[in-house]
Design a protein around this ligand. Structure first.
Ligand SMILES: [Zn+2]
Length: 60
């Protein structure tokens, strides 16, 4: 019997990202399916690409 393995089935859909919230500086969690990040403190949702760009710019 063939089985389809869903990579998300056995893991949390949230992946801790190495980015800080753009609003409050809290930790962001990346929602792997939708490519969005959610702040664990203020629950703001950001597009992963926007967060990435902002963090790169801030590090300059
Ligand atoms: Zn926040």
């Amino acid at each position: 019997m063939a089985e389809f393995e869903n990579p998300y089935a056995e893991h949390s859909p949230f992946v801790r990202a190495h980015f800080d919230c753009l609003d409050c500086g809290g930790k962001l969690w990346e929602y792997a399916i939708d490519k969005q990040m959610v702040c664990e403190d203020c629950r703001s949702v950001f597009d992963s690409a926007d967060v990435f760009d902002d963090q790169i710019a801030a590090g300059d």
